[in-house]
Design a protein around this ligand. Structure first.
Ligand code: NAD
Length: 318
């Protein structure tokens, strides 16, 4: 007798380093009943699905299949990781033309299989541009098309601060906003530890290093992906955990605040582009963008970041 599964279904498009690590992380998380893995390289998708399936007996039951776009029918979330990744001397923006063409191949085939309440989560880079492309090429409302944005960068930021201050990173509140790319902005003015602004917290310690450490930490966050790619060719573990956090927040209707990349609709005077700001997300996708007060220079840098993305969007042939 075959039992029909009624649980959560997720499609992962692109089963390279990032897609397969996300699938592994989701399987470990135990929230998903069915994972459909799609790749232009069908052998790759099939091999990854088999490898994952062989571990299911240690975990909660999860039906992991390699499939096609039709197999994603009615998925709660479809995560797109397909596309080229950065080579050691490439920026994320260098990938824009190649990966936009790939999205033009994927979206028309995926679209007929999406349900009214499906969510699209874009991870491929440049993620802000490609989340915008995915929104433009799909019929979903913008609140249901989300980019993983600077959730990973914010995690790197909090980790580095935790190392610097000797505090659990979960107790450090701080955000990286703007482009998931070279123009990202660290919001130092709003960073706090147990409600104590970072500047003040830092002054309490003997090292008194608030001013000089900022530049170094901001630079390390900016260089993080380049450094990992230089050393091992790709980044995938931390982004998979960032995606797991986003997926949980969406599926469990958590109203979590994460720096996902979403359509800008007037915040800071920005319109018709995707970039990251602290955003409340739940099962409907984007609930609300938090209006945070930025220092003057942070706001100026956010506008610069938006200009970089806007220029790239204007050059798209959609
Ligand atoms: P990868 O080369 O290992 O995997 C990409 C996969 O996409 C390959 O398996 C390839 O066959 C597949 N693919 C290509 N064209 C396709 C198509 N038309 N249809 C379906 N599948 C297709 O690369 P990766 O390291 O897994 O990186 C994937 C993407 O994720 C890159 O764009 C990378 O820059 C991005 N990334 C994003 C973040 C983030 O924080 N947003 C972090 C790391 C990587």
């Amino acid at each position: 007798m075959a039992f029909k599964q009624q649980g959560v279904k997720i499609g992962v498009i692109g089963t390279g380093f990032v897609g397969s690590t996300i699938a592994y992380t989701l399987m470990m998380g135990g929230l998903v009943s069915e994972l459909v893995m799609v790749d232009i390289d069908k052998n790759r998708a099939s091999g990854e699905a088999m490898d994952l399936r062989h571990g299911v007996s240690f975990l909660r039951p999860t039906n992991i299949v390699a499939g096609d776009y039709e197999d994603c029918a009615g998925a709660d979330i479809v995560i797109i990781t397909a596309g080229a990744n950065q080579k050691p001397d490439e920026t994320r923006l260098d990938l824009v033309k190649r990966n936009t063409e790939i999205f033009k191949d994927i979206l028309p085939r995926l679209e007929p299989n999406l349900a009214e309440d499906s969510l699209l989560l874009v991870v491929s880079n440049p993620v802000d541009i490609l989340a915008y492309v995915a929104w433009r090429l799909s019929d979903l409302p913008a609140r249901r098309v989300i980019g993983s944005g600077t959730v990973l960068d914010s995690s790197r930021f909090r980790y580095l601060l935790s190392q610097h201050c000797g505090i659990d990173s979960r107790n450090i509140h701080g955000y990286i906003i703007g482009e998931h790319g070279d123009s990202k902005v660290a919001v130092w003015s709003g960073t706090n530890i147990a409600g104590v602004p970072f500047n003040e917290f830092c002054l309490k310690c003997d090292d008194q290093c608030a001013a000089e450490c900022r530049e170094s930490i901001s630079q390390q966050v900016k260089q993080a992906a380049y450094e990992v790619i230089e050393k091992k060719g790709a980044t995938y573990y931390a982004v998979a955990l960032a995606v797991q956090k986003i997926v949980e927040s969406l599926l469990r209707d958590e109203n979590s605040i994460l720096t996902v990349s979403t359509l800008r609709e007037g915040e800071y005077g920005l319109n018709d582009l995707y970039l990251s700001l602290p955003t409340i997300i739940n099962r409907d996708g984007v609930a609300e963008v938090i209006d945070i007060e930025l220092a003057k220079e942070e706001e100026a840098r956010l506008l610069d970041s938006a200009r970089v993305l806007k220029t790239a969007i204007e050059e798209l042939d959609l």
